[in-house]
Design a protein around this ligand. Structure first.
Ligand code: GLU
Length: 419
């Protein structure tokens, strides 16, 4: 990650822009600029060789104005406080855009999970859970999966929390396995939301009914489900990548074969081969010949260096924060619409909300019901954002911020400042 890039400053600059267009006074949105609570913990883990290693962990609660805090936990060797702060802020905005009764939070552990054994990863997760236990809970703050965490990690969090409470608390975390209170449709939910957003954007922008050439950066949970669902809709996935690099094939890659390969090779595409598919780097993926680009990996990918060379006619952000403020300006000048993360990738937290609702009521919903409700929320939110964009002549990101910030400011005003 570039040294001078600060994801939190990136978001504050978008906030200022949205607040000005909403004619807000500084006192109306001053509180939004700061997270309510930041917890930093040092997590000791007994490693397999008998040594103890200490890892940095964070849980940052940006806002609880509209409901309990909500947001994932990521494991990544390069996370820091500012990144978690920005991601927590993004969760507050995301939940407001899609109108979930939640605020926003994010957690992280600075670790490369690929370097840990399964046992080490479990001990790290359980100790981290115990250390953030005073501030999480179904009515306070509900974690979920994010980069490098999954249903198994959520299961350890749920079990640790439940053991320490003395009774089973499935609603403390979402993205769990079905057997312990997970929801049907949750694993695919973020990718499903991205693919619905791509379809809505193609319709809105009148980009034609013909199958589009789509490039997907990142083949983790979000990217792989996005690629799968968009190819099932008939589009051509011309490029995909993961941390080991990517592939380009103008006639469309065999996504089913790639997914099978990933399943059999510990999630990686390294070593995959397909006739007619050329090896490309991640940067080449971002600038490849395609109609739609969906960055579904990490933040700070579409920078001012990359943006002038992007060939896509539409960008839909599956990842959180993949585009810098400078790159956004370039896309605006180049007339390339960007559907922002807080709208496009909100499908995950929407179905997390459904999971939590089922948990706290001891209900189970069928998959059709989950997918239909998700689709309804994604389409409704997309239309609300494009209406604002049209009315205020604002880029989609600013319009989405305007929608979220106005809801947040209203909630704060109604609640007032305690005491
Ligand atoms: N980590 C996901 C996100 O960034 C999901 C969060 C959640 O379900 O709480 O939106």
């Amino acid at each position: 990650m570039a040294k001078n890039y600060n994801p939190y400053d990136n978001m504050l600059s978008v906030l200022e822009n949205a607040a000005q267009r909403l004619d807000l006074q500084r006192k109306d949105y001053e509180m939004i600029k700061y997270p309510e609570r930041e917890l930093k913990v040092s997590i000791p883990v007994k490693m397999d060789d008998g040594e103890v290693q200490v890892f940095d962990g964070y849980r940052i609660q940006h806002s609880s104005s509209r409901g309990p805090c909500k947001g994932g936990i990521r494991y990544h060797p390069e996370v820091d406080n500012d990144e978690v702060k920005a991601l927590a802020f993004a969760m507050t905005l995301k939940c407001a855009v899609v109108d979930l009764p939640y605020g926003g939070a994010k957690g992280a552990v600075k670790v490369d999970p690929a370097k840990l054994s399964k046992g080490e990863l479990e001990r790290l997760t359980r100790r981290f859970t115990a250390m953030i236990l005073p501030i999480i809970g179904p009515e306070k703050d509900i974690p979920a999966p994010d980069v490098n965490t999954n249903a198994e990690v959520m299961g350890w969090i749920m079990d640790t929390y439940s053991m320490l409470k003395g009774y089973s608390v499935p609603g403390v975390v979402t993205g769990k396995s079905l057997e312990i209170g997970g929801s049907l449709g949750r694993p695919e939910a973020t990718g499903r939301g991205v693919s619905i957003t791509v379809s809505e954007a193609l319709k809105y922008l009148k980009m034609g009914d013909a199958p589009q050439k789509i490039a997907v950066q990142g083949m983790g949970n979000v990217g792989s489900n996005t690629a799968k669902l968009l190819s099932q809709m008939g589009h051509k996935i011309v490029a995909v990548s993961d941390a080991t690099g990517g592939f380009y094939k103008e006639s469309g890659l065999n996504i089913e074969a790639i997914l099978v390969y990933q399943r059999e090779h510990n999630g990686t595409m390294e070593g995959y081969r397909e006739d007619g598919a050329a090896r490309i780097t991640n940067e080449e993926l971002l600038t490849c010949a395609c109609d739609v680009l969906t960055p579904c990996a990490m933040e700070n990918q579409l920078t001012e260096k990359v943006a002038p060379n992007v060939k896509a006619r539409l960008i839909v952000e599956g990842a959180n924060g993949p585009t810098t403020v400078e790159a956004d300006k370039i896309f605006l000048q180049r007339n390339i619409p960007v559907i922002p993360d807080i709208l496009a990738n909100s499908g995950g937290v929407v179905v997390s909300y459904f999971e939590w609702v089922q948990n706290i009521q001891n209900l189970t919903w069928d998959e059709e019901q989950v997918n239909n409700m998700l689709s309804k929320i994604m389409v409704r939110s997309f239309n609300q954002v494009v209406d604002i964009a049209q009315e205020k002549q604002a880029p989609f990101r600013i319009a989405a911020y305007m929608l979220a910030v106005s809801k947040l400011v209203k909630a704060k005003k109604i609640r007032g400042v305690f005491p």
